[in-house]
Design a binder for this molecule. Structure first.
Ligand SMILES: [Zn+2]
Length: 230
């Protein structure tokens, strides 16, 4: 596994957007996730996962995956490689999170498909699952780092730093937020307001916008928020 810093992932996201459609560097909007998947030659399929903790998955090597049929019975379906699987219930229940999962899975393809070890077991697909609990991982093992990298690149692709800078500057000139110590100084209401505006503008969840604004140091980290994404 290659260790990558946030700065390198930021640069990678800008390179990707330049290849995909450079106009997204100047417009404050999330990249269209499905188009991005197809741009990389990936396929997207909605399935019912057996484990309710699973949000999505990426198929690195083809084979059979256990999923549920429409009657809730477990069966094995064959999937080709480079397929992104999204839990269909999740896609209805929490669209923002399902979209983030697509960016997370495409990030695995970009960052990890070459280094993923090939293991074949009885026709089973080689698959990497994305779990709800993955949002709470601490960085201890290589697996944790791999998931962190996918989350970080996903976050950069959804809210790229150039478009975010333009958006924040437009807000600053409207509201004249005074600057203090690297962060825009604001009280709790203003903090909430800038996160909500960013979340609406980029069509992401409140938490996704909050994380991105914290990482890019526009707002001070809120110590009460631990989860990577809600
Ligand atoms: Zn993952």
């Amino acid at each position: 596994m290659k260790y990558l810093f946030g700065k390198e992932l930021e640069e990678k996201s800008i390179n990707i957007i330049n290849q995909f459609d450079s106009s997204y560097l100047n417009i404050p909007d999330s990249l269209p996730e499905e188009e991005l998947l197809y741009f990389f030659g990936l396929d997207l399929q909605y399935v019912n996962f057996c484990d309710p903790d699973v949000l999505g998955a990426f198929v690195f090597e083809p084979g059979y995956v256990k999923i549920l049929d429409s009657n809730g019975e477990v069966y094995e379906q064959y999937f080709d490689k480079n397929v992104v699987l999204i839990d269909s219930f999740e896609a209805i229940k929490n669209l923002h999170r399902a979209k983030f999962t697509m960016f997370h899975e495409v990030s695995h393809f970009i960052l990890h498909s070459k280094t993923q070890k090939k293991i074949h077991i009885d026709g089973k697909a080689q698959i990497r699952y994305f779990l709800k609990s993955d949002y709470h991982r601490e960085l201890k093992t290589d697996e944790d780092v791999i998931e962190w990298q996918a989350n970080y690149l996903a976050s950069c692709l959804q809210i790229n730093n150039q478009a975010l800078a333009l958006f924040i500057n437009s807000l600053k000139s409207n509201y004249e937020y005074p600057s203090k110590g690297g962060f825009i100084y604001m009280d709790e209401d203003e903090r909430k307001c800038i996160i909500e505006k960013t979340s609406r503008q980029f069509n992401v969840s409140f938490r996704a916008a909050e994380i991105r604004l914290e990482v890019r140091r526009y707002i001070a980290p809120n110590n009460q928020s631990e989860s990577y994404y809600k």
